[in-house]
Design a protein around this ligand. Structure first.
Ligand code: CA
Length: 231
């Protein structure tokens, strides 16, 4: 799940970007309306988290712009206490929810998941292949119905693989989802996550295998099946 965070307060922006990343979201953090517009033109986001008081204008301008484009991306407004008028205006213009500062990251993450669960949001609730399933709302992985404790980074990985089960998912695409656009990515971080997830699935008795397709990427395929479809 990739989020666009628009917040010009450095301390808060950094806190939220780090906290949400730990919760398994990929976060692109921008500080102005102009930077936010540029980011939106490059990447499709699952949700936008928006501060209202920005250096180059009112965050509500962005809400207006997004809805003018008939873009249904959920928008969560982050507002200071006492900006009740703004809050109401934001919801009127097409924001989906708001949070009053200060709030904690866990609460923000829960609200984001709630937004992504709404009908019309781009995410389904259960992704399933073979005996492996992921509940995208609770972020729970199960094998034959039994929960498998899985850290957020591996949950983000299996989500992308399950969305394209049976196909090769390019490593660049997995890296995009695992990390924010400007976060440091160590060269072998993806391999480490893949290898841990593979072990976890095997130990839990999954009937899927996480295959490495050298030079291309990774694929979740049926352990006894036709193998990989090259899409
Ligand atoms: Ca601000």
């Amino acid at each position: 799940m990739r989020l666009l965070l628009v917040e010009d307060n450095r301390t808060l922006g950094e806190l939220l970007a780090t906290g949400l990343t730990k919760q398994g979201f990929a976060v692109d953090w921008r500080e102005t309306l102009e930077e936010a517009a540029e980011a939106r033109s490059l990447v499709p986001y699952d949700a936008i988290l928006l501060d209202l008081g920005l250096p180059d204008g009112d965050g509500l301008e962005l809400v207006r712009q997004v809805r003018r484009e008939r873009d249904p991306t959920p928008i969560l407004v982050l507002t200071a206490r006492g900006e009740l008028g703004d809050r109401v205006a934001g919801l009127d213009l097409g924001a989906d929810d708001y949070l009053v500062k200060p709030f904690d990251v866990a609460e923000l993450a829960a609200r984001c998941r709630a937004l992504l669960r709404r009908p019309g949001a781009c995410l389904g609730v259960i992704l399933e292949s073979g005996n492996v399933a992921l509940d995208t709302a609770s972020r729970t992985v199960t094998v034959s119905g039994a929960p498998v404790a899985t850290p957020p980074r591996e949950v983000a990985l299996i989500e992308q693989l399950l969305r394209r089960a049976g196909q090769v998912v390019p490593r660049s695409s997995l890296e995009d989802h695992l990390y924010a656009m400007d976060a440091e990515v160590t060269p072998n971080a993806l391999e480490v996550a893949v290898s841990r997830l593979r072990k976890r699935l095997t130990t839990a008795g999954a009937d899927l295998t996480l295959r490495t397709v050298h030079g291309v990427g990774y694929a979740l395929v049926a352990s006894k099946g036709p193998g990989i479809a090259h899409a």
